[in-house]
Design a protein around this ligand. Sequence first.
Ligand code: ATP
Length: 292
Amino acid sequence: MMQAIFLEAPAKINLYLSVLGRFTTGPYAGYHDLDMLMQSISLKDLVTIEKRQGSSYLTVAYPNEVGVIPEDENNLAMRAWRLLQEKYGLPEGIAIHIEKNIPVGAGLAGGSSDAAAVLKGINQLFGLGISLEELARMGASLGGDVPFCIYQGLARAEGMGERVTPLPALPSRDCVLVNPGISVLTSEIFREYDIIEKNKIAKDKHSFGGPFSQLSWEQVDQWMQNDLEAAAIGRYPVIAEIKEDLAAIGLHPFMSGSGPSVIAFWQGATERKHIEEKIAPKWPITVFCQTI
Ligand code: ATP
């Protein structure tokens, strides 16, 4: 019987995020109805799960400054374990160790990815034989981004994120992630979004318009949008400053999720050099990564 398992928990970026409205009834009442195009990137947390005698616990290591997360039962990874433990009557205990590389509260679904890794890891470690679809369904109760994090890669996620359609992978692309070193609460940005929307006269709501079959990077670039950007910038003007800096070196920056992380695709040695010389020294977190 397997005693320990090691998993990678990649961050995600939103290539497209549209707020279609808000659920007034059903299990997601109060949540916003979203249409998103999500993509995993090479920046990842490393998660180790080990069976042990006695009680369960969680530890976290921080190789770089990315913010801190709870090390108790509130950690999403721990909540993922408790969810399966309860449902399948699994015995205590396990030790979860997270090497935290994904900036916290950054719009990169770090917590959701850790939780998804634990759901998949426990499934394997205890030989539960749960399908990905079922893991994703259970994961939705932990957070809207968990179902996507179960599948990873490129996918469309709708509703509060619970309806995931995996899409064929696009060629890997180099990107840079810039973060001002602040943690943002997703709920705060949605509140701000609601205030802005209430005061708008014309409302422009639409789902992703690109063709999902045969999606290409050209189409993604053309359709790129994030409805939460104005709200996030309203609360944290520093996001606009990062975007201006990236635009000034000729890139096309966009915000991920509810921010504050800003992403830009780049190519060639000259663009990389500009990022290294003009962006990295100025902002607390600059990470070179690829789509995966
Ligand atoms: P969202 O999925 O809401 O867009 P995010 O990517 O912006 O989230 P996360 O890094 O997932 O942000 O963290 C959101 C909150 O979840 C933080 O306040 C953090 O304290 C809490 N949290 C609990 N467990 C974890 C975890 N394992 N990793 C990161 N955050 C966690």
